[in-house]
Design a protein around this ligand. Structure first.
Ligand code: CA
Length: 230
């Protein structure tokens, strides 16, 4: 899932590290050392993602972000020296897709980029009905059956189950599930997931203590159904 990434960062040492990490992650990378060069690059070319520092000389990251408004834009990940909650909320409110506080490792950077790219992909020919064991999730009618009995789910329970079922046999990481079900400002609230997964298991599993339909993948997330060989 490679793509084109623009890195807008004035700190030369950090920029070099970011570009190196992204290139070894298989991405095509361009760089801008200040906000106006960044804006020009965004006007001249198309990118899948822009990695945008907030603290830039002259034209800061907020201005670059607002210059994108109303145009077909790449996904935006803001990066900031301050791990400030207000910056994070402002970034997401202004349409950024994610936010990273410095310092962060290249593994985390690449994981966030892959998650943003996955979310940006248009839904492809998805099956309308997904089954595992005796559980059926009908993504068109939004109904859920266990055997031939309808299971009543709350709206959030359904959204979470549907998100997992749409990616049957794939591990869905915590952050992506929280983003998609609860909204873009969420990402660290794993306890929400624990609570709702437990509710779903009580309704769907034969033995909720040994779940088979919604499996826990330790340290990563959850999976609808077993892993399969491709
Ligand atoms: Ca900076």
């Amino acid at each position: 899932m490679a793509g084109r990434i623009l890195v807008v960062e004035d700190d030369r040492a950090l920029r070099t590290v970011l570009v190196g990490a992204l290139q070894s992650g298989g991405f095509e990378v361009e760089q801008a050392a200040d906000g106006s060069t960044g804006v020009q690059a965004l006007r001249a070319k198309t990118f899948d993602i822009v990695l945008l520092d907030i603290g830039l000389p002259f034209v800061d990251g907020w201005h670059v972000l607002s210059s994108l408004e109303g145009r077909r834009v790449p996904s935006v990940i803001m990066i900031s020296a301050r791990g400030d909650q207000a910056d994070k909320v402002r970034a997401l409110d202004m349409g950024a897709d994610d936010y990273l506080a410095k310092p962060f490792g290249s593994d985390e950077l690449l994981a966030r980029i892959r998650a943003v790219l996955r979310r940006a992909q248009p839904p492809t020919q998805q099956p309308l009905v997904v089954r595992d064991l005796d559980v059926t999730v009908d993504l068109q009618s939004h109904s859920v059956l266990r055997g031939d009995q309808e299971v009543r789910l709350s709206a959030t329970e359904y959204l979470l189950l549907a998100e997992l079922a749409r990616h049957q046999h794939e591990v869905m990481d915590y952050r992506t599930l929280l983003h998609r079900v609860w909204g873009p400002a969420y990402g660290d609230e794993r306890h929400y997931l624990r609570v709702f997964i437990q509710r779903l298991r009580l309704k769907l599993e034969h033995d909720p203590a040994h779940p088979e339909v919604i499996q826990t993948v330790p340290g990563r997330g959850y999976r609808f159904g077993p892993a399969i060989k491709r």
